[in-house]
Design a protein around this ligand. Sequence first.
Ligand code: GAL
Length: 679
Amino acid sequence: MSKQIWPTLTMGTCYYPEHWDESLWLSDLRRMKEAGISVIRIGEFAWNKFEPREGEFTFDFFDRFLDLCRQEGMQVIFGTPTATPPAWLTEKYPEVLNAFIDGTLMRHGLRKHHNYTSPKYLELCARVVTQIARHLGRHPAIVGWQIDNELNCECNTFYAESDSVAFRVFLREKYGTLEELNRSWGTVFWNQDYTGWDQVYVPRPTANGSQNPHMELDYIRFVSHSARRFCAMQAEILRQHIGEGVYITTNGLFGHLDNHAMTRESLDVYTYDSYPNFAFPLDQAFNHSALNDRSWSRSLIETRSVCPHFGIMEQQSGSNGWHSRMEGPMPRPGQLTLWSIQSIAHGADFVSYFRWRTCNFSTEMYWHGILNYDNRDNRRLQEVRNVGRLMKQLAPVAGADSKAAFALVRDYDNQWDGEIDMWHRRIQQASEQAVFEASQYTHTPYDMLYLQPETTLGDLTRYPVLIYPHAEILTPERSDLLKAYVEQGGTLIIGCRTGQKDPDGHCVMQPMPGLLAGITGTQVEDFTFCSPAEPPVTAIWNGETLDTPVFNDILTATPGAKVLARYASSFYAGEAALVENPVGKGRVLHLGSAFSVSNLRQLLAYTGVLSPWQDIIHLPEGLELTAREKDGRTFLFLLNYRSEAQSFTLLKSAASLIHGDLPAGQHTLPAYGFEVIEI
Ligand code: GAL
């Protein structure tokens, strides 16, 4: 478990003193405090306020502001400004710029147009961070540091010259010899063999955009490695200068980055930026039946896998919109509160709104904060105040762990392979979406569990059931861990194409499920995508229909294993589609297809983890349920994302943290309403 940074539920906001006339600072801080905001995040884009010209450092501006914060009792998270290199820097040292795949350099004017690898950028970032940390590291107003801003946001591909140079170093460390690199990347195919390291580059333009898949997989690993190193470099500097108890964080959650490793090696706590209003884009047809803003819960589940007691560094408080894209409506009355509670329901102990006041100029002038340009009190500030009051009522929840019925297992090899390999992507996306939806509709909360080198058996045994949908890439370490989990009594559920590949991304020359065959009691005899020319293939399980969508592995069971379901059509009608194999005190269920909401309902029911609170509460599919527990107390959060009221039924009386005692019977949640009950 991560450290508990926020002993009570804490409210914050993002503030940009450099955007406002100094005469506003004092009243802003006082109004924030009055609304219940006790922490602000500042500084993350303000490099020029510290180093307006190369090597000339000045601290007056933030000294003035931070001293005011101290005077007003406002706590501060200070951001290192490395996401926005100054114009003087990129003009003089263009090698620090990121490039598009064709080598064209990105230019000054937005943000995140730099790379993580040019020695010059690393040197200048180290210098500015050192200067800032030396000067402000012990400032009494500062309680935490944010490294950079949203590493890998805007852009998570890097094609600068320095990236190719660093990629070669990364590959030499990994492979030692070119022969080994050629083997791993299968360069004999289409005559791609390298005879000198200088011939190796990050991806470059090709005839139709496709790349060598093994190279691509290593490239994503390299991008993650570079971002982690960039973060670690800053963390190391900060740690030399900051006081005891001051924490280091960064805000995510973005692709091509092993957030788990980064957090473990560099951070005290991880934070997420939650913008559920992205669910209501104006430039796309709206899907009324989709989960919409409720889908942000999926990212929150992933965030708590990185850090169980996380914070929200940027919580949506107004409508979204750059002047050029991403337009969205203003959150409806109640939505700001609902999304804040959504974050808390999934494990956040800190919720900080983006941003205090809407900027009245530049790219984000329609990305609304709590206040509008006119700076008057408004209904969103009123809601923030109310969230502050609610946080007091929800005090017992601070530091509580999530309570999940099962875990969805992931690892970065398969996440990234699933991004670049179309076969893998199609099944992975379908199944992970199905797991989320099935969990939501059946009120069966789940955690995500990433298999990392540090993962222990104890991390797995917290869950009676693990679903590892399509681990195409298996390693002996991960397979052994899963075997130990099953032997001690766990239930492992896997889907099609498990064990198809090795860590290089080569298809192994042995039957699937490869390294897991020892525990699945299955062999894959043949396999195919479901044909668009045939009716959907299903299977029969105990006389009932079992969905077997997207892709079908045709299974055989080894002695001791039991065929639970057989395909009902296509050329493999009658063949095994679902096999159960007892192992030690546990079992493995091998489904030959992708997962769907419907087959997951059956599998979760079969394994005894479906709807764990159905004896206490009945909810419609339209309400979300999450659970947190602490010191033997369990708190259920019920959230209504819809614009109309919805009801739930308590089968016995319960205590609401908001409304006191709730008798057994039907209760109504208004539009965008929520309830928190202790059971
Ligand atoms: C976040 C970013 C903020 C702000 C916000 C709205 O991704 O961290 O700085 O840009 O989006 O666009």
